[in-house]
Design a protein around this ligand. Structure first.
Ligand code: PLP
Length: 391
């Protein structure tokens, strides 16, 4: 079972942090290990996932989309129907329950587009914890509606003015805050990245996606799917879907990264397809960097994919060939956004549109005979401002 005791997935992962944080990470690892074996924790988590967040989410047979694309059957795992509009709430609920168990009165988080910030502010409001969200100044300008949401929920949004003033810098500042305030603060990381135990813990909290999907597809089709397709930013919705199918060797995993304006332009966020091993935010994984090891600036039309790193377990899946990683550019993603809206009446998040759009790039003969599950990680309401005027 990976990760090993030191938090490594065959060389990726681990803990590259200061001494002060080792203590906090040990405390978290210990508390999480206890919670994993505690029936009460599982009951509580299951209760909030169901009655607060809205699980289980449907596995919807998208008949019109299947016809349109010449695919035998496409199913959509409808994480877009969850409270706050995306899969992120699964993880924030799990972590806030841990924060309460550790008796921490304050939580912090990083956010790019504001989706993880909103999901964190939501659970902090529900459980009565103080909440500070780090957000790049540039993102604050681009995502004013989510900033307003977080404030309504009682959180403080702290502008980050260093670096490119985006997600990567927000995460750096959040880690810095945590070092100073470990005694009374829990840091809710929003994806399967960061130092051990975050990658494994966030994966476990998100693995409900694949557990449900596996049971649902077996009920609907009496067999396993041929492909799982999900977009990869930090990698949490993809890992959440893939994990329960890991041992099902006939099920192929496809992770879709953002090619932005094109891989050759350098303006993209394809950390696995175009990255090299490196360390960022406390763990070793595949990383976009220049020849001297400087972390690259990224671009994607989907703010949730706009991150130079990726969870270490994906780097491991890539290395052992368990998953294939591919890319979809901004333009193709926008076409996927439009297509799903028009043929199924479902407006997807721009992140999820990358996964949808990849279906068009799959080999025709292969897709004609395939049953495919796509993770619809979120809904597109948040993106309407970005796509306005693009069609
Ligand atoms: C944040 C986000 C993502 C990207 O994050 P992962 O950790 O890669 O899942 C994808 N889709 C939506 C809707 C998001 O909000």
């Amino acid at each position: 079972m990976l990760p090993d005791r030191s938090g490594h997935f065959d060389g990726f992962g681990g803990r590259f942090v200061s001494e002060t944080l080792i203590f906090a990470l040990d405390e978290l690892e210990h508390e999480y290990a206890k919670a994993r074996h505690d029936k009460r924790f599982h009951c509580e988590f299951a209760y909030y996932l169901k009655d607060y967040a809205g699980r289980p989410t449907p596995l919807y047979f998208a008949e019109s989309l299947s016809q349109e694309l010449g695919i035998k059957r496409v199913y959509l795992k409808r994480e877009d129907l969850l409270h706050t509009g995306a899969h992120k709430i699964n993880n924030t609920l799990g972590q806030i329950l841990l924060a309460v168990r550790m008796k921490k009165p304050r939580v912090i988080a990083e956010t790019g587009a504001g989706q993880h910030g909103v999901a964190t502010a939501t659970v902090a409001a529900k459980f009565g914890l103080k909440c500070d969200i780090y957000m790049g100044e540039e993102d604050i300008k681009r995502q004013s509606l989510n900033v307003f949401r977080m404030k309504l929920l009682g959180a403080r949004v702290i502008p980050v003015t260093s670096g490119t003033k985006t997600l990567k810098d927000a995460m750096t500042e959040a880690l810095r805050d945590w070092v100073t305030n470990v005694g009374h603060t829990h840091y809710i990381i929003g994806t399967v990245a960061g130092p051990h135990p975050y990658p494994a813990m966030v994966r476990d909290f998100q693995s409900i996606i694949g557990k449900e999907a596996r049971a649902q597809i077996l009920k609907a089709e009496k067999r396993l799917p041929d492909y799982l397709v999900a977009c990869v930013g930090g990698g949490s919705n993809a890992m959440g879907l893939f994990y329960a199918f890991f041992k099902d060797k006939s099920v192929k995993f496809i992770g879709v990264e953002a090619a932005g304006k094109g891989l050759s332009t350098g303006k993209h966020a394809a950390s696995l397809v175009a990255g090299k091993p490196g360390v960022l935010h406390g763990s070793k994984s595949s990383l976009l960097q220049d020849n001297s090891g400087q972390v690259s600036n990224t671009h994607s039309v989907a703010a949730g994919l706009d991150y130079p790193g990726v969870g270490p377990e994906h780097a491991y899946y890539q290395k052992i060939g368990r998953a294939q990683y591919v890319t979809v550019n901004d333009k193709e993603a926008l076409a996927g956004f439009k297509l799903l809206s028009e043929v199924e009446g479902i407006i997807p998040a721009l992140e999820s549109s990358h996964a949808l759009s990849y279906l068009k790039k799959m080999n025709r003969a292969k897709r004609k005979n395939s049953i495919i599950i796509v993770c619809l990680s979120g809904r597109g309401d948040k993106d309407l401002g970005i796509v306005t005027g693009k069609f």
